[in-house]
Design a protein around this ligand. Sequence first.
Ligand SMILES: [Zn+2]
Ligand SMILES: [Zn+2]
Length: 138
Amino acid sequence: MEMMAEARAEVRELGKRATPARLTTLLFLRSQARPASHAEVSRALEPLGFDKTTVFRNLNDLCEWGLAQKSELGDHVWRFEPSQSGSHRSKHPHFVCVDCGTVTCMDQIQLTRGSLETSRDIGKVTEILLRGHCNDCN
Ligand SMILES: [Zn+2]
Ligand SMILES: [Zn+2]
């Protein structure tokens, strides 16, 4: 299973132990089209024998190591998504549907360093969030 071998190599490269729970969590995030909440990841991984606490710890470990990133999009739910090929993916905006709550990554929109520093009142931008109605809710 090539993706598993790849994930194992990436985790080991960081000097971390490539435990089954870590690899499974990482592969699950990579299989998703959109960011997943802790509850969603737990629901998928619990049948495989990984409890909520383990999943939570692994999600945060992956973020800390740069293999994943997390976003809080105004509903107090952290959502997790993989960084691209183990490196930090540049921070991209997320679109949130105000009707159904669906979150979509807007990878095609790039914000330049300059555009993030146009105002001296801005400290550190942590989330770029767009809201509207998705196609299903329109
Ligand atoms: Zn919607
Ligand atoms: Zn995203």
